[in-house]
Write a protein that binds this ligand. Structure first.
Ligand SMILES: [Zn+2]
Length: 243
């Protein structure tokens, strides 16, 4: 049986750190590749790891810039590659809204199949509506019996914990340090929320991501490790996980 590979392209919330990117995750199975979100700086980091022409399907959790900012440059990438004769397929954006994603013939928009889920090559992607100030999705990617769940952005809810259970890999957003985040920042999790989520969902591996761009991120890891006894790591640029 083939393995599922996660490559973290961008792990920052809000804006990228130098040389890094905001939310973007490459998932690979049996040679097929998809992206979950494509935040700012993502294309630049991707170029260090894979050829972007190998990726046809991009799943967008929501329309905040730290998740979708590089969609426009991705279309330009496809335009250039098409005109050079390197590819002859449009990029496919799977999203709740069209936004400015569709640019024929270089990209198309497919409305997210909230009930049915969506298929892309060997991947099946299903969704949960997230608790966030704008319409947003958590995503569950399955291929070859492996499961990866990405929370996208959203507050901790019982539904989210149920959705995350059974994941081989859980990418959980952690926008705030322990004790930080309040009613004004509703729609995100802090380190305590992530520890609680992991304790309920018990993933094979917890990857803590969508991290603050200030402070010492290892505080988040230490805090979670003190409250959750499963396998956990902090996301970082080009972190690779294989299950
Ligand atoms: Zn975000």
């Amino acid at each position: 049986m083939s393995e599922m590979r996660l490559l973290v392209i961008g792990e920052s919330s809000g804006r990228p750190l130098a040389g890094g990117a905001t939310s973007c995750y490459l998932v690979e199975y049996d040679g097929a590749k998809i992206l979950l979100d494509i935040g700012s700086g993502a294309l630049s980091v991707l170029e260090r790891a894979v050829h972007f022409d190998e990726i046809d399907d991009i799943f967008i959790s929501h329309f905040h810039s730290d998740h979708v900012a590089d969609a426009g440059p991705a279309v330009y990438h496809r335009l250039i590659s098409t005109q050079l004769g390197l590819v002859n397929r449009p990029l496919v954006f799977h999203a709740l809204e069209e936004g400015q994603l569709a640019c024929a013939p270089y990209s198309v928009w497919r409305r997210t199949g909230l009930e049915s889920g969506d298929d892309a090559g060997p991947f099946h992607v299903s969704y949960l509506a997230a608790c966030h100030p704008v319409p947003a999705l958590a995503m569950k990617v399955t291929a070859g019996g492996r499961t990866l769940v990405y929370t996208g952005d959203g507050s901790l809810t019982g539904e989210l914990a149920g959705f995350c259970s059974g994941a081989d890999i859980l990418i959980a957003e952690c926008s705030f340090y322990p004790g930080r985040g309040n009613a004004a920042s509703a729609g995100h999790m802090n380190a305590g929320d992530v520890a609680a989520l992991a304790s309920k969902a018990r993933p094979g591996l917890l990857v803590v991501s969508h991290l603050p761009v200030y402070g010492d991120r290892t505080e988040i890891l230490d805090f979670i490790k003190n409250r959750y006894d499963g396998k956990v790591m902090l996301a970082s640029t080009l972190l690779e996980v294989i299950v």
